[in-house]
Design a protein around this ligand. Structure first.
Ligand SMILES: [Zn+2]
Length: 394
């Protein structure tokens, strides 16, 4: 018995030694793996910035009117769309597709430019300005989907586009295109400024805006100014904790608003229901391919009364409503504007949002009819970017 006991003890010691060796090896290898990953990220990042700045450079050197249209860069899945007044860059980052915007603004009399914009249909550039010379560019706003230092242009963190973390976007553009005034801001900040000056919020001074998409952006305007805070974090409502033990967010935290009500949350909820073999129009609309489920498909099915889709939208609307209840208490807005691709779902989303606010924010007495869709649609950021240049240049 004694020898068996000794043998067992010896085996445990051996195991301990082996475990220690393996841990040490992992400890040695891990920094090397992390360094390799970081190097790959830096290369990817440099390529990405190069692609965009090259496109911009070409158009500026051509000194012609930017054509309306788009170029798709297959290698990066990047779409550059050009309008006479702006360039929008939409970038797909795998499953976590996201978009960021680059706005080029010709120097034209503001009123003249706005006369060309059709506010009734929210379509920008319906009547292109003839003979606009890009050399008259007054400034560029780069709208970043994350936290960016507005004074230096350093991108601090983009949870859904980490490839550009740590880039100084102002330096990158100035290196590529020369001495144009370049401004940088969070994309939701730009959208909020756009809606405040020219959209649904033009008659109020205090508003709360959410941009609902892959991520959830937010903006707060008080006394007719969009606030940013000393660390540019004010209005980052997407990372407000809504479900403390919920799913992990792109920012690393758990249960953020974005993680329970963003694009992926809608897709996951729908997939989960279909997995339980529930009959749904979503399945038909996607031809039975779960990879083809998008928020737009779910919204369409909900509009047609599909039970599963309505449940998903109610669920998402409930979380959006809860976030708004918190937001109302924090900033006491005159108006709440919901923008971004997911808000385009319309009443199937707005109804549960308003219902939740009505039931869960009785103390604030907020009038739920003041929860309205963005008027400038996906163009809100462009209007805001324009306003940022003009307001900075005076
Ligand atoms: Zn988060």
């Amino acid at each position: 018995m004694a020898s068996r006991h000794n043998q067992r003890a010896f085996t445990l010691v051996e195991l301990l030694v082996v475990t220690t060796i393996i841990s040490s090896l992992i400890g040695l290898l891990l920094p090397a793996v992390q360094a390799a990953r970081e190097a790959a990220r830096r290369i990817a990042c440099a390529n990405h910035v190069k692609q965009i700045t090259m496109a911009l450079q070409n158009h500026i050197s051509s000194r012609t009117v930017l054509p309306s249209g788009c170029v798709v860069d297959q290698s990066w899945g990047t779409t550059y769309r050009y309008h006479p007044y702006d360039v929008i860059n939409e970038s797909q980052n795998g499953r976590h597709g996201t978009s960021w915007m680059l706005h080029i603004l010709p120097y034209i009399e503001q009123q003249y430019l706005f006369d060309q914009w059709d506010f009734s249909t929210n379509v920008l550039g319906n009547k292109p300005v003839a003979n606009t010379d890009i050399s008259q560019l007054s400034g560029i706003t780069v709208a970043v989907p994350g936290n960016v230092d507005r004074s230096t242009g350093l991108i601090i963190e983009c949870p859904n586009l980490p490839v550009i973390d740590g880039v100084n976007i102002v330096d990158a553009f100035q290196e590529a295109i020369g001495d144009y005034p370049i401004f940088v801001a969070n994309d939701a900040y730009c959208a909020t400024l756009g809606e405040l000056r020219y959209g649904a919020g033009r008659d109020v001074e205090n508003l709360l805006m959410l941009t609902l998409g892959t991520g959830i952006g937010g903006g707060i305007a008080l006394d007719n100014q969009v606030c940013h805070g000393p660390r540019n974090m004010m209005g980052e409502i997407g990372h407000m904790i809504i479900v403390p033990d919920g799913p992990r967010c792109g920012c690393g935290n758990i249960g953020c608003f974005e993680a329970v009500a963003g694009k992926q949350a809608i897709i996951d909820l729908a997939r989960c229901q279909l997995q339980y073999a529930r009959q749904s129009l979503i399945d038909q609309l996607c031809g039975g391919d779960p990879e083809k489920i998008t928020p737009q498909v779910v919204a369409e099915a909900a509009r047609q009364g599909d039970e599963v889709a309505v449940e998903v939208m109610n669920n998402i609307g409930y979380y959006i409503g809860l976030a708004l209840c918190n937001g109302i208490i924090m900033c006491d807005p005159d108006l709440i504007i919901l923008g971004g691709g997911i808000a385009a779902a319309g009443e199937v989303l707005f109804a549960p949002v308003r219902r939740t606010v009505r039931y869960r924010s009785p103390y604030s007495g907020f009038d739920v009819s003041k929860i309205v869709p963005a008027q400038l649609g996906n163009q809100a950021g462009i209007y805001g970017a324009a306003a940022l240049v003009w307001e900075n240049l005076g």
